[in-house]
Write a protein that binds this ligand. Structure first.
Ligand code: CU
Length: 162
């Protein structure tokens, strides 16, 4: 529904442009970009991270004792946030790894109870965790949920939930 409306709108915009304007669209590079995206997705090509990019927990530290729900804030330096599926250079979305799941960094991160995606661009979460020790780690992912190259991930912290 949303898609067809956007399409109709872009067709309308295209139709209302003077004929010369159409020549300003660089179809060749647009096609190249699309082919590149397709290949990146099919081959699981990692996206280059911005130099100095970092994710971290600004409000939690290793060894903290907290109560559930745990408010986890996601810190990010040198890159920006974009919703999942939106390919924009220097951006990505947060993933939170809970209790040390095994992760294959050459593939998109799966969505599991232990691997939470924040694909809407969220920068914090309220986590319901059972009492006891838990580990938390942030992994920043690209538009296709894949870890960057080099990987942008936080240290793994252990917290105790009361
Ligand atoms: Cu994701």
């Amino acid at each position: 529904m949303m898609k067809s409306r956007t399409l109709a709108l872009s067709l309308l915009v295209l139709a209302s442009l003077p004929a010369v304007a159409a020549e300003k669209f660089d179809y060749k590079s647009m096609a190249k970009q699309q082919a590149g995206n397709y290949a990146a997705e099919k081959l699981n090509l990692p996206t280059a991270a911005t130099a100095g990019a970092k994710v971290y927990f600004p409000t939690l530290k290793d060894g903290d004792t907290v109560s559930s729900p745990v408010i986890v804030v996601f810190g990010l330096t040198a890159m920006g946030i974009a919703p999942a599926g939106t390919q924009l250079e220097g951006t990505g979305h947060h993933h939170l790894l809970i209790d040390d799941p095994t992760v294959d960094y050459t593939l998109p991160l799966p969505m599991t109870d232990q691997i939470k995606h924040f694909g809407k661009g969220q920068t914090e979460a309220a986590l319901t965790l059972k009492p006891g020790k838990h580990t938390l780690q942030l992994v920043f992912g690209d538009w296709k949920h894949q870890s960057f190259n080099p990987s942008v991930q936080s240290e793994k912290i252990t917290i105790t939930v009361k």
